[in-house]
Design a protein around this ligand. Structure first.
Ligand code: IDC
Length: 491
């Protein structure tokens, strides 16, 4: 996804400084053979409690260069650069250095490039100051006379800014949505504090369904079934559950990658968010699949980078493995995703089958005390209502005050995926998730011969997906909960 395009809240254009002078730059008398130097910089940050995504536009106003080093200073001691893209970053105290990478070092006169990073902050998050390119302050004007192209070849974004604009910060908000689908309304999502926020920087809850393993139930993921999910169920979300083992990804990486991308496109066409679920289950240590995860996510993140509806879930249910091992896995996979698709939300599985550790006798404090070193992530919590009851609800409520949580999978039945549909516990869970605005996906949008399946066994082949006649008790219940109005905030 292109960060600059989607940065909306707190859109701070300090580059008005650069644009002002750029617009005013008409003729600088030729002086000598000395190299002309100069630069203009724009900076935009999308900020939430404790974190931000920044986009930096760099325009070279001097003679052509073949590599560059950009330096700037954070005004607040608590501001830190985290994962970056399109440059190599380092930070010493408040001073940040970003160095060009192989494909963007060459900048002709008037040429621009864009870089960005995710950062963290503690007390405040002001825009950086003192931008310099190759040691020359970016004032928006050049010294000396560029020997090549005219400055009018500067990037449209810089030159379209009115020359009379005051060199002060300006703020713009996103326009009202033009469509009514969940993605049209909410746009690119980000994590804000412990919530999932939309393009208006407002907390939202997404409600939807998880597929069963895509190696098994493709008859339930058709144009008709997804039309029903979007229009009859009025869901916001499809989780695409790609098992890695059990005849899944490991047997045909290219084939499964392409299948996932097809389902993403089918969700996109209907204005649904799509979770790409790397469905690790057995073995429970996600590091067993670390190399596969890196290969898979590098590919799907690059392929879907321009989408604004994709959420990446890097490990379904770690089990029999410590939180530190899961964290270590996450800190290796997340940068792979960020390098290709910098602004997508990433979901991290938790210990004990994504129970925040509870099913292993632990709890959320191990995560609070040792969070994954990345921004724009949420931790997953899974439950099966007939098995997991009040004690799990207590943990979820408490953890939700400290951690961004996403229920990327839950069942209304027992943890086996079968057994009795537990309406009372399911209702208590759904009420709690609604109250906490925690997003969820129900297991499963399939016709598997088990009570967790929404559709009665074998009905997907019949091609009818709307209404309740084809649904199991669980399907009827969950559809009723999902189809109530969303009321996403747009201001
Ligand atoms: C179950 C399926 C079942 C399948 C089994 C093994 O419902 O048909 O045979 O996996 O692949 C989870 C897992 C999810 C499980 C589900 C129910 O994420 O893969 O699906 N469950 O057991 N965690 C808790 C429950």
């Amino acid at each position: 996804m292109k960060p600059l395009k989607r940065l909306r809240p707190q859109y701070v254009a300090i580059g008005a400084v650069g644009a002002l002078a750029l617009g005013a730059l008409v003729v600088v008398p030729a002086v000598s053979a000395q190299a002309a130097t100069g630069c203009a910089v724009t900076y935009a940050a999308n900020s939430w409690t404790g974190g931000f995504t920044a986009s930096v536009g760099i325009t070279n106003l001097g003679d052509p260069i073949s590599s560059w080093t950009l330096t700037f200073t954070f005004p607040d001691a608590g501001q830190k650069v985290g994962q970056g893209w399109s440059a190599d970053y380092s930070q010493t105290g408040a001073a940040v250095t970003a160095t060009s990478v192989s494909y963007n070092g060459t900048l002709g006169t008037g040429a621009s490039t864009n870089i960005g990073f995710n950062g963290t902050w503690t007390s405040s998050n002001p825009s950086p100051t003192a931008f310099s390119l190759n040691g020359v302050a970016c004032t928006g004007s050049a010294t000396g006379s560029p020997s090549s192209a005219a400055p009018t070849s500067a990037s449209p974004s810089a030159s379209s800014t009115s020359p009379s604009a005051a060199p002060s910060a300006s703020v713009s908000t996103p326009p009202q949505p033009t469509g009514t689908t969940p993605v049209a309304i909410n746009g690119q999502l980000h994590v804000c504090g412990t919530n999932l926020c939309n393009q208006y920087n407002k907390p939202i809850q997404l409600r939807g369904m998880s597929s069963h393993g895509i190696q098994w139930f493709s008859q339930c993921l058709t144009d008709n079934s997804l039309d029903a999910l979007a229009n009859d169920w009025k869901a916001d979300l499809l989780r695409i559950s790609m098992y890695v083992q059990e005849k899944g990804y490991e047997t045909d990486p290219a084939g499964f990658t392409s299948k996932v991308n097809t389902y993403v496109d089918m969700a996109t066409a209907r204005g649904l968010y799509a979770i790409i679920d790397f469905h690790t289950l057995t073995p429970g240590d996600p590091n067993y699949n670390l190399d596969r995860a890196k290969t898979f996510f590098a590919s799907v993140a690059a392929r879907n980078a321009s989408n604004n509806n994709v959420i990446y879930e890097i490990a379904n249910e770690p089990n029999g493995v410590s939180w530190e091992s899961i964290k270590n896995y996450a800190e290796q996979v997340i940068p792979v995703i960020r390098a290709a698709d910098p602004d997508a939300v990433v979901l991290v599985g938790t210990r004990g089958w994504s129970s925040l550790g509870v099913s292993d006798g632990s709890n959320e404090t191990e995560i609070v005390n040792s969070p994954v070193n990345a921004t724009n992530i949420m931790y997953t919590f899974h439950f099966y209502a007939a098995t997991h009851q009040d004690s799990y609800r207590t943990v979820l409520s408490r953890a939700a005050t400290k951690l961004p949580l996403f229920v990327s999978e839950f069942g209304t039945v027992t943890a086996t995926g079968g057994g009795t549909f537990d309406q009372a516990s399911s209702t208590a869970w759904m009420d709690l998730l609604d109250q906490l605005k925690i997003s969820y996906a129900n297991w499963t949008f399939s016709d598997a011969d088990e009570s967790s399946a929404a559709f009665k066994s074998g009905t997907c082949y019949g091609g009818t997906f709307t209404g309740t006649s084809v649904l199991n008790e669980s399907g009827v219940f969950v559809r009723n909960r999902i189809m109530t109005a969303d009321n996403f905030p747009t201001s």
